[in-house]
Design a binder for this molecule. Structure first.
Ligand code: FAD
Length: 285
């Protein structure tokens, strides 16, 4: 079912993001996570698209598998920066044959070797192309703290608008750890005339080693207080703090009428399950 249709009738939506495991021995972990999280009746689940090589085929494979084996509403991520039109066309055909309605249209990160095969330089071009090829519901990425390469927040907003004008029907945000960035982002884009639903990307920090990785990967600021509270704590202690923090974050987002919560699960179920249980017990879901 089209995510854009669901968003017309339901608020908040709940969704889970997975990545295709590289190694066969890790597939069991994802199967188990899906088995457990599907009981929370997600409105959709999504599968990320690898920067290159074999994981791309696995993205398509897992998209089909999650629909076929679990009857889940699946959204496939698709990046264009290093994919040729032929490759994209083949994927479109496969998705159409499998009745997959939803695509998250992305540019992708510039590869470290700088080599670009893609005919599309930006995500808005991919959105336009996908719209011309089929009746997909297209989501796009938004960055509450600005995309790391953006010249300015103003320009970033203009470019986000170009993705919506090209046919993007909803936005899923990059992870963030302070809600004020999300609220400011929504204000900013509404003022710029972007009216589509905005789904918040949620990733709990569960240990200190993740802090540096996330900050580097997506330029999301991690509050000092959260880092300090995790110092000298056991693995279990850090997990508990991270889950509590993310629960509070979701609580505030829900109280402020967020359109949806999209959990970056990293193929694990524990934290997402606990956060959802906490929100349910507070009567927020
Ligand atoms: P764009 O919207 O094209 O923007 C890229 C940069 O170019 C921005 O700085 C923007 O301001 C600028 N820009 C846009 N249009 C123009 C223009 N016309 N002229 C000049 N500058 C312009 N990556 C993966 O590889 N696989 C995934 O599965 C994946 N999933 C993601 C899911 C979510 C929810 C999010 C938020 C990100 C995901 N990413 C994924 C990361 C994403 O691919 C990177 O952040 C990438 O660097 C930007 O992609 P984009 O679609 O936002 O690009």
């Amino acid at each position: 079912m089209k995510i854009s249709e669901i968003l017309k009738h339901k608020k908040p939506t709940i969704s889970f993001e997975f990545f295709p495991p590289k190694k066969i021995e890790n597939e069991g972990i994802l199967f188990k996570t899906v088995e457990i999280l599907k009981d929370y009746n997600p409105d959709f689940v999504s599968i990320t698209y690898g920067a290159g090589g074999s994981t791309r085929e696995k993205t398509v494979e897992w998209t089909l598998k999650l629909k076929r084996n679990y009857n889940l509403n699946v959204m496939m991520h698709l990046t264009c920066i290093s994919s040729t039109k032929d490759e994209i066309d083949k994927i479109i055909e496969t998705l159409q044959n499998a009745n997959i309605d939803n695509i998250l249209a992305l540019r992708g990160d510039i590869p470290e070797n700088g080599k670009l095969n893609g005919e599309f330089k930006y995500a808005y071009q991919l959105v336009k192309y996908l719209k011309s090829k089929g009746d997909f519901s297209i989501g796009v990425a938004g960055y509450p703290e600005g995309h790391p390469e953006a010249e300015s927040l103003k320009k970033d907003t203009e470019y986000l608008k170009s993705k919506i004008e090209a046919g993007g029907e909803f936005i899923i945000t990059q992870l963030f750890f302070e809600n004020r960035y999300f609220f400011d982002f929504v204000d900013r884009i509404r003022k710029a005339g972007i009216t589509v639903p905005v789904i918040a990307g949620i990733m709990p920090i569960l240990n200190l080693s993740q802090v540096e990785r996330f900050t580097k990967m997506c330029a999301a600021g991690v509050p000092e207080g959260l880092i300090e509270s995790m110092q000298n704590k056991s693995k279990e202690g850090m997990f508990k703090i991270g889950v509590e923090y993310a629960t509070k974050q979701c609580e505030e987002l829900l109280q402020n009428g967020v359109d949806g919560l999209h959990f970056y699960t990293l193929n694990k179920y524990n934290a997402t399950k606990e956060i959802l249980n906490n929100l349910k017990s507070k009567g927020l879901l």
